[in-house]
Design a protein around this ligand. Structure first.
Ligand code: SF4
Length: 279
């Protein structure tokens, strides 16, 4: 893992993500290196020559910059971690996220967090001071065989649920975010049934072929689920089939979930004609 310390000029950035008007990313890059990660396609990551997952840039002056910025801007709320994992391993050494949370609490700035790291539990003291509005905690919903194939470093399904339960025990609002869901392959019944008793609010996101590495996925499916390879190839080529397949998966989630969650959302991405060109 290549660690690059860098000074930044800004840390508080406006965002179009509808979770907050501003975003803070204490790091750039991510040691977890999930192969489905959207952040690897961000403008800043695309400029990097190293492969995604092999480097982390540490914004070492983040706290000083944020202090200055908060004198100019009083954000209604901020989102932490849109293109990085705030609680990745390197945080143990640098504590940039810790410093930022301390400052946000000190100045009573409400925040929302996106994470998939169990290390978030070490920050309960900072999350329970009344400023944490919600935590979107992504649970790895891939079958084990694909976790191994993609060398996923993120916590597994069980660890994800355990982490959410601990956060909820502290009365924090947590949205269990199950992603990516692979049509025909993800065991939706098992995922929903395991999550129902544990998680209060759940969101499911179907795989985003626009962002994912399609060739890699189809190859893995050919290897481990050969009978679904034709369907996956067809989904990438055929808009009608793609929409029909996604709709089916969405319906299965709602059927299985019943009234098991206080809130349930399913995110389905639109088909893009350029799927076919990419794959
Ligand atoms: S943990 Fe989050 S930011 Fe890091 S690689 Fe995985 S999806 Fe991307």
């Amino acid at each position: 893992m290549k660690v690059i310390e860098q000074n930044v000029e800004t840390i508080l950035r406006p965002t179009s993500i509808n979770l907050a008007p501003f975003v803070i990313n204490p790091y750039q890059g991510c040691s977890l290196g999930c192969c489905f990660c959207y952040a690897q396609f961000s403008k800043v990551a695309q400029k990097q020559t190293e492969p995604w997952g092999s480097y982390v840039k540490v914004k070492i002056n983040a706290i000083d910059v944020l202090k200055k910025e908060l004198k100019q801007i009083q954000p209604k709320s901020v989102l932490l971690g849109s293109i990085t994992e705030c609680f990745q391993l390197i945080e143990k050494k640098y504590g940039i996220t810790r410093q930022i949370l301390e400052l946000l609490n000190e100045q009573a700035v409400p925040f929302t967090i996106m994470s998939r790291s169990m290390l978030i539990i070490d920050y309960l003291d900072l999350l329970t001071q009344g400023n944490c509005q919600s935590i979107y905690f992504t649970v790895n919903a891939l079958p084990q065989v694909l976790n191994d194939e993609f060398n996923m470093q993120a916590p597994d399904f069980k660890q994800g649920l355990e982490t959410i339960a601990k956060l909820q025990n502290e009365k924090l609002k947590v949205i269990g975010y199950f992603c990516p869901i692979l049509p025909m392959i993800s065991d939706i019944k098992q995922i929903v049934n395991s999550a129902k008793g544990v998680i209060k609010q759940a969101e499911f996101e179907m795989i985003n072929f626009n962002m994912a590495k399609q060739g890699l996925i189809v190859k893995a499916i050919e290897k481990h689920y050969p009978k679904y390879k034709p369907e996956y190839e067809k989904m990438l080529r055929d808009k009608v089939f793609f929409e029909h397949t996604m709709k089916n998966s969405e319906q299965i989630i709602f059927q299985q979930a019943g009234n098991g969650f206080q809130n349930l959302k399913v995110h389905v991405h639109e088909y893009a004609e350029y799927f076919a060109n990419k794959y």
